[in-house]
Each structure stands twice: as structure tokens, then as C-alpha cells.
Design a protein around this ligand. Structure first.
Ligand code: ADP
Length: 662
């Protein structure tokens, strides 16, 4: 077995690999860029080597520096994690040349699966069912239109080198091919330096189901069941689970057998994933094979009891797989939610900055948190803004989901925006609960994006009760401070008025508190047992005997509460304060409808209109490139372009005015 392993990655996956190495008694080496000097993975590893400046292209992607770091530290093997160099055949070759073991497949297998056209051809040959389509390189829009017509609409335009949902677009008619083809191609060019495009049939209402496999160097290849990853946004996974609520034993076996056949055809070793899309009739089609560990591998670990990183390391060291296909079972159910630094209410704009508070839920038999950050750490602009993967396990799907909701409630992150509320909201949707998933789930359930309305609790009274108890406690503390002016000491009333606003509309609730426990909100009486004391950000309680955790933040109007995917701002007044508050003038929100604002920080690639031009609703106004995606900004209604504030080539801040309408 290896004595020392270098992890050529950062963030949560580097930390996760280090944990397994530790358990196996293997020393670890981290590598880091300028931006990551104080990162968690650097702290966790036994040694760390600085490999360059913050840009990945100058650090995590520089093969020579990583090989040098191995030599310098005596690391005998490299785990690449996912992303960065994990699917780079040149990296594999460079390591082989330096006699360092790459913990992953061999270069030819990476190469064969590295691009979608080649891998689809190989899959076809190995008897794997693939999406009907055209397997050649398409040279221009005219050819794309011709082929799309032959395949039949809708079609998927895809970059052969694509990954992470980039360079991929659905086209439902010729006009969409016209618009999408060049966009996808230029995205592919800028992201992957490879603009080869192909077209396949778009499978309607598809589910994304993938098979995890592992192979050793002794000819053993087994599959470790499936993961369903249908909850996606812009073709990027958000929530994953294992097993899939859709597969029956027969389909699982058929998919597993095809995945193994493909791996054998590619002479595959190590862990890999064969991705399929599955139509509503359980027909499945090969999409691609990922020749590395996947982000969502923990759900497989939770239902099989295996440690995939350990298996990868053992196989790389030449060991035989310790189990056979018949030993692989399914125990219970697991879910994973990807916790991102992003703002769901602003079209999931990535958020960067310092994490000022970080309290992940406690880990136990039901909860696993793979974090890549710590309190005081930074989410930088340079890398993927993932904060952590939150995974839960339960006896069945319902139990796993209940653990997930409770864990999300107990997850407290401040300093950057995050998607905890959005994740909880998804879990609460009826279709999710029923397991009726498709990759269109998010687009269908949130047709206008995620808004304040999605954060609204059906019954606000429990949150009102908690806010009042919190306020009551602060009031009692203020009243107990010594040295108050005699005769003017503060008194704590037994009756309060709670004012709820925002998405709820204006509501006043009369509230009374008895013995710090019994709270009457309107006509409803609740018993709230909690050990909360002022200053704590999590209010853990039993409300009428049911456990609940509520986030408490002080905000401008009083308190901001969050629980079960719902958020509420509440002001608590004495009856007299409430009377006076009613007389206060309300500030109307500013009218921004006359401006085209940049929805994200990015580059203004092109302006499609001129000053004085009339535009129709839906017409393209500008293209903003951000995170290597080209976003077309369209007119929301008919109008006339007035002053143009920014020229093509300008870099834009979020909410920066691009142009005005007259
Ligand atoms: P990437 O490598 O960019 O992740 P994939 O080929 O794995 O691209 O596809 C990502 C997602 O896009 C899939 O999970 C699925 O939701 C969707 N998708 C891809 N191809 C098709 C298709 N032919 N029909 C329907 N959906 C598709």
C-alpha cells in the first residue's frame, strides 16, 4: 500500500479524500494556490505545497507543478478528485513517466471516454443503447438544420468536449438551431478549446440515472447500483439520490450490465460512472462516461456501506476488489443536496466573500457533511462556489428526506448567500415527495425562478411564536440590567403585537407569552420548549412536542427567521409601539423597470440594439458572458431603447445599468 498520497484538488473533495487516507494510515499532501493558502484542505493534510497563483490555469491545472510537488514530497500516488486534471490523459501520462501512480483509469480509457462523439461510438459498438442521433462533427448552422430535421425535433445540440452543462442547448425548431448552434459552439470553444458539435434526439421528460462502477486490474468489474440525478438546474445536478425511485430490479440489472460491458470494452480500471437518460417508459440511453469520482458518490457509499475512495486507492495499488457483484446490496435510502454559495432569488448568481459564520449540522448515522470550507474562510471568484455536500441516510426515501429537511434547518451559513432555502423548498414539493422527477423539475416547479413567495410558510403562527419568545427573552435581559433609573426601569409586557410583512402581506398578530413557554398567537396556543438563550443563532425547540430548528437573525425590522424552507421577517412591538408604528409612512420600492441591469457580474460580449431602436418583448438586447456561459438578455416588454450606458467589451458588476428604455 502507498505510504503517501498527493491530492491534486481543493475544496470539499480534497478534504474528503484526505479523510479516507487518514483512516487507511496513508500520509497526505495537499497542493494549493494563492487564494487557498488558508483553505481547509491545506490545514487537514499532513503537508502542503504551494503550486501557483489563484487562477486554476496557473495552479491546479499545471501538470508540471503537481508532478514536481510529488517528487518534492515523495508522494507515490495522486488522487485527482473531480474537475481540474481528473480527466486529463496528459496528466495521467506525465505521472506515469515520473513513476507516480494515478489513482484513476489509464490514459487510453480517459481518452476514449473524454469526448462525447468517440465515447458514444464505442458505447454503440459495445452494445450499449445510445440516444438516436448523428455521430459526426457538424460544420455549420446549415448542416445543423439539415441534420436536426432528419433526427426530428426536439433535438439536443451538444459540444463533443462538453461538460458541466456547457456547450449544450435544446432546439425545438429551426429558429432555435439558428440561435443555439453558434452560442453553444462558441461556449465550447471558450470553455474547452474544442468546438466540435454533434446533434442527438432530445428525450422528453427525461430522468438522469447513472451507474457507478468500479474495476480492478485483475479483470473484475462490478456496478454499485444507480444514482438518480434528475433534479438539475441548467443541466447541473442539484439533488441526487440512491437508489432511484423509478428503477425496478430488471432495469437496474440491464443498465448495470451495459455499464459493465462498456467499461470492459474501454479496459477501464478504478471508479467510473456511466450516465444514462431514461424516458418515462424506462427506455434508457447512454449519455457519457465520467472517468473519475463523481461529486455525488456519497449517496452510493451510504447505501452500499463502501468507501469509494478507499476502493480506488486499493485498486490503484494493484489489489483485487474485495467484493463480487452478488455482495453489492442496497441498504436504505440516501440523498445528497449540493450547498452552493449562490443567490437563488437572483437567478442563482454565484456569491463570493468571507464566510462569517459556519455551523454545519452535526454528523451522525443519518447525516454526513462533506465541507470544503470553515468559518472565516473565503468563497473566491476563482473556483466553483460549492460550500459542501449535505448527505442524509434513512431506512426509506421518506426518512432520508425528513433527515435532510432537519439537517438543512440546522445548517447556518452567513457572509455569503447560499441555497439552503431553495434546497428545502425542492424537498417540500409534492412531486419530489412522490418521486415524480424529471430533469425539467426545477424549470417546471419554479417557472419564474425562485422568489420570496417560495419562502412563505403555509402557517406563519409557529414562526411568530418563536420570534416573540426571542424578543421576550431580549426584553427580559434588558430589564434585568442593573443601575436603571429608579422608577423608570424597563418592564416586560405579557402582551405583544407581531407584525409580519413582505411576501405575507401586512399582518398583525396579537401574541401573549406565559412562563416563557406557552405562547398564544391570535387564537392558537402553542407550547414551545427550548434551551435557547440570547445570542444563539439557532433556536432548537420542541413546538407542541415536535422537534424544530429555527434560524434567528437580527435584521432591520426586527428578526429574520428561517425554518423548513420558509423565511419570515417579523417585528415585535408592545401594543403602544404597534399603535405608533401604524402611523409610520411606508417607503415605496424604486422603479427599475426602465433599465436593463446586468443580472450578474460578467463581460458585456455584445449589444444587439442601438439607441432609438424599437424592440419587441422577447427580443435580444445584449449578451453577457459570466462563468463561461453566454446569457442572452431579452426585452421583457415592447419599448424603445434610450441611452446606452455600456459598450461591448465592458466588464459589468451585478445590477449595473447596461441601457435605459425611454
Ligand atoms: P455534461 O457533460 O455537460 O454534464 P451530459 O451529456 O452529461 O452533459 O448531459 C447533462 C444533462 O443534460 C443530462 O443529465 C440531461 O439532463 C441533459 N441531457 C443531455 N442529453 C440529453 C438528451 N439527448 N435528451 C434530454 N436531455 C439530455
Amino acid at each position: 500500500m502507498f505510504k503517501k498520497i498527493l491530492i491534486a484538488n481543493r475544496g470539499e473533495i480534497a478534504c474528503r479524500v484526505i479523510k479516507t487516507c487518514r483512516g487507511m494510515g496513508i500520509a497526505t499532501v495537499a497542493v494549493y494556490s494563492d487564494a487557498d493558502a488558508n483553505a481547509l484542505h491545506v490545514e487537514m493534510a499532513d503537508e502542503a505545497v504551494h503550486i501557483g497563483d489563484s487562477r486554476a490555469s496557473k495552479s491546479y491545472l499545471v501538470i508540471d507543478r503537481i508532478v514536481k510537488a510529488c517528487k518534492q514530497t515523495g508522494a507515490e500516488a495522486v488522487h485527482p478528485g473531480y474537475g481540474f486534471l481528473s480527466e486529463n490523459k496528459d496528466f495521467q501520462k506525465a505521472l506515469a513517466k515520473a513513476k507516480i501512480v494515478f489513482i484513476g483509469p489509464d490514459a487510453p480509457a480517459i481518452e476514449a471516454m473524454g469526448d462525447k462523439i468517440t465515447s458514444k461510438k464505442l458505447a454503440d459498438k459495445a452494445g450499449v443503447s445510445t440516444v438516436p442521433g448523428y455521430l459526426g462533427i457538424i460544420k455549420d448552422v446549415a448542416e445543423a438544420k439539415k441534420i436536426a430535421k432528419q433526427i426530428g425535433y426536439p433535438v439536443m445540440l451538444k459540444a463533443s468536449a462538453g461538460g458541466g452543462g456547457k456547450g449544450m442547448r435544446i432546439a425545438r425548431n429551426e429558429a432555435e438551431v439558428q440561435e443555439g448552434f453558434e452560442r453553444s459552439r462558441s461556449e465550447a470553444k471558450s470553455s474547452f478549446g474544442d468546438d466540435r458539435m454533434f446533434i442527438e434526439k432530445y428525450i422528453e421528460q427525461p430522468r438522469h440515472i447513472e451507474i457507478q462502477l468500479i474495476a480492478d486490474r485483475h479483470g473484475n468489474t462490478i456496478y454499485l447500483n444507480e444514482r438518480e440525478c434528475s433534479i438539475q438546474r441548467r443541466h447541473q445536478k442539484v439533488i441526487e439520490e440512491a437508489p432511484s425511485p423509478f428503477l425496478d430490479a430488471k432495469t437496474r440489472k440491464a443498465m448495470g450490465a451495459q455499464a459493465v460491458a462498456l467499461a470492459k470494452a474501454a479496459k477501464y480500471v478504478s471508479a467510473g460512472t456511466v450516465e444514462f437518460i431514461v424516458d418515462p417508459k424506462r427506455n434508457f440511453y447512454f449519455l457519457e462516461m465520467n472517468t473519475r469520482l463523481q461529486v455525488e458518490h456519497p449517496v452510493t457509499e451510504l447505501i452500499t456501506g463502501l468507501d469509494l475512495v478507499e476502493l480506488m486507492i486499493r485498486v490503484a495499488a494493484g489489489e483485487k476488489l474485495p467484493l463480487k457483484q452478488k455482495d453489492v446490496g442496497i441498504n436504505g435510502w440516501a440523498l445528497e443536496a449540493r450547498v452552493y454559495a449562490e443567490d437563488p432569488q437572483r437567478n442563482f448568481l454565484p456569491s463570493t466573500g468571507r464566510i462569517t459564520r459556519y455551523l454545519p449540522p452535526p454528523e451522525n448515522q443519518h447525516v454526513r457533511v462533506d465541507s470544503g470550507v470553515q468559518e472565516g474562510g473565503d468563497i473566491s471568484v476563482y473556483y466553483d462556489p460549492m460550500i459542501a455536500k449535505l448527505c442524509t441516510w434513512g431506512r426509506d426515501r421518506k426518512a432520508a428526506a425528513a433527515h435532510m429537511l432537519a439537517a438543512l434547518d440546522a445548517y447556518y451559513i452567513r457572509g455569503v448567500s447560499h441555497n439552503i432555502a431553495f434546497l428545502a423548498s425542492v424537498l417540500g414539493k409534492k412531486k419530489f415527495v412522490e418521486g415524480k422527477l424529471s430533469t425539467n423539475f426545477i424549470a417546471e416547479e419554479y417557472p419564474h425562478g425562485f422568489s420570496e413567495q417560495d419562502l412563505k410558510a403555509a402557517d406563519p403562527t409557529a414562526l411568530v411564536a418563536v420570534a416573540t419568545l426571542v424578543h421576550d427573552a431580549y426584553a427580559r435581559r434588558a430589564a434585568s440590567i442593573s443601575g436603571q433609573v429608579p422608577g423608570h426601569g424597563r418592564k416586560v409586557p405579557s402582551h405583544w403585537v407581531a407584525v409580519v410583512n413582505g411576501a405575507y402581506g401586512y399582518h398583525e398578530f396579537p401574541v401573549s407569552v406565559k412562563a416563557e413557554k406557552t405562547v398564544k398567537v391570535g387564537k392558537k396556543t402553542m407550547r414551545v420548549d427550548s434551551a435557547w438563550t440570547p445570542g444563539m443563532v439557532l433556536f432548537a425547540a420542541e413546538i407542541n412536542g415536535k422537534a424544530a430548528t429555527v434560524h434567528i437573525d437580527l435584521c432591520r425590522v426586527g428578526y429574520r427567521l428561517f425554518h423548513d424552507g420558509c423565511q419570515m421577517d417579523v417585528s415585535i412591538y408592545t401594543p403602544r409601539q404597534a399603535e405608533l408604528a401604524r402611523l409610520m409612512p411606508k417607503k415605496p420600492p424604486p422603479d427599475l423597470s426602465k433599465f436593463l441591469l446586468s443580472p450578474m457580474p460578467g463581460l458585456l460580449m455584445a449589444l444587439s440594439v442601438k439607441e432609438g431602436q424599437a424592440v419587441k418583448a422577447g427580443e435580444a438586447l445584449a449578451i453577457v458572458e459570466a462563468m463561461k456561459m453566454e446569457n442572452v438578455l431579452k426585452a421583457e416588454r415592447d419599448g424603445m431603447v434610450g441611452k446606452i450606458h455600456e459598450k461591448a467589451g465592458a466588464s459589468l458588476a451585478v445590477d449595473q445599468v447596461i441601457l435605459e428604455f425611454t
